[in-house]
Ligand binder design. Structure first.
Ligand code: NAG
Ligand code: NAG
Ligand code: NAG
Ligand code: ZN
Length: 369
């Protein structure tokens, strides 16, 4: 895709700013479980989130328009790994120091709230990091995917050399939120989801330094407004569905930095492999990747309906899965507050998520699926 000047892509239009003011008082339609819809004001949405109740905001997504007539054959994932040598060569370049440095900058924005100008600034910083890593490669595009609110999503595409139409997606969300007063109070969002966003950025850095070229297309997504009812990812996958984009797998990582029994605490450490509202085959395949490429095991766990952006991919018929920092009952309590800072996170635990991501990209980027 043709690159436009950064300023013309990221600086919000007046219409977006006005919309941002108007939309707050409006009624939203939300879906709390399959088919269970209700209306809520913005303040009621925040109250639900404070109660840890999750939902899709479907105000702009007419359910009946979701089914498309194009159906892709189901992806069958490999039974064993094939990229062990390549992985062994690249994995040592993944760095806990880099993860920490980048996360400390990413959490230094006052908030990354999707409806704020701070959230535009953090998005611009992220864009510039990616831009620098891409360098002069012309087979990689970076799309600033605009929404009705201020902060954009960022979609990076490494064109496949053999099957460019088959797309493997790596996802995380870039926004944060303070659930008390989102527009006013700070939200460092270190674990949620600065950790996932920097985990995937670190893998992207290592791939770029190794001159990586996949056979299938590999995309890295940083969604906006996950915290507002999976709004950014719904926009993206709705667009992909209407445009007949053939996503063969989507892996979301939302919170990768904290573990109750972490390396830091010299305790038992594990990843949480989500088993509800995910694609079972992709989830099964992730077990192979974790046991092959990570130094900690997984524990199966559930997070409920619409708990992160993989749910948006799933809603449009794409095979998606979700890996989180631990069993759901053990995830960080600091999220959505001013306390969600880099200080309580474990960058070696995060590195395990980066290894999983690297294994996933190397394997599926070159698999015949
Ligand atoms: C799907 O196909 C049916 C029957 O051909 C048609 O009525 C419907 O409008 C199509 N839906 C979409 C979203 O294209
Ligand atoms: C791209 O950048 C690399 C490293 O900076 C350089 O070696 C190479 O010659 C450049 N290629 C082109 C086509 O400019
Ligand atoms: C999807 O988004 C792209 C880029 O923002 C846009 O050009 C395209 O028209 C959109 N497709 C649909 C079907 O809305
Ligand atoms: Zn969150």
């Amino acid at each position: 895709m043709k690159l436009l000047a950064l300023s013309s892509l990221i600086v919000p239009t007046l219409a977006q700013v006005l919309n941002d003011e108007v939309v707050i008082g409006n009624e939203h339609i939300i879906e709390l479980s399959p088919g269970n819809k209700q209306t809520a004001t913005f303040e009621e949405l925040l109250a639900l989130k404070r109660e840890k109740i999750q939902f899709f905001d479907i105000t702009n997504f007419d359910e009946d328009s979701i089914t498309t007539n194009v159906t892709f054959p189901e992806a069958i994932y490999p039974k064993k790994t094939h990229q062990n040598k390549k992985f062994a060569k690249l994995a040592p370049s993944l760095s806990a120091v880099e993860l920490e440095l980048k996360l400390r900058t990413f959490t230094s924005f006052y908030t990354r709230y999707a409806r704020s100008s701070h959230g535009v600034e953090s998005c611009t910083w992220l864009y510039n990091q990616i831009r620098e890593m891409i360098g002069n490669r012309t087979d990689i595009s970076i799309e600033v995917f605009r929404h009705e609110w201020l902060q954009s999503s960022i979609l990076v595409r490494i064109e496949g050399s053999e099957n460019p139409d088959k797309v493997i997606v790596v996802g995380a969300h870039q926004d944060s939120i303070n659930l008390v007063l989102p527009s006013i109070m700070p939200a460092p969002g270190a674990d949620d989801d600065g950790s996932g966003a920097m985990t995937t950025l670190e893998v992207f850095r290592v791939l770029m330094e190794s001159d990586y070229k996949p056979k299938n297309t590999v995309e890295f997504h940083w969604y906006s407004a996950e915290e507002l009812g999976l709004l950014g990812s719904q926009d993206v996958f709705s667009n992909y569905s209407s445009s007949n984009v053939d996503v063969r797998a989507m892996l979301q990582q939302d919170m990768t930095g904290y573990s109750a029994g972490s390396f830091k605490n010299e305790g038992h450490d594990e990843m949480g492999l989500i088993t509800d509202f995910v694609n079972p085959e992709l989830t099964e395949y992730l077990k192979l990747l974790i046991s092959t490429y990570c130094d900690i095991p997984y524990a199966e766990t559930e997070c409920g309906y619409a708990c992160s952006d993989h749910a948006s991919a799933g809603k449009y018929g794409y095979q998606s899965a979700f890996v989180i920092e631990s069993q759901f009952s053990n995830v960080a309590h600091q999220i959505h507050t001013t306390e969600d800072t880099a200080d309580y996170l474990d960058f070696y635990h995060m590195l395990e998520h980066a290894k999983l991501t690297l294994g996933y990209v190397l394997e599926l980027g070159s698999a015949d699926i």
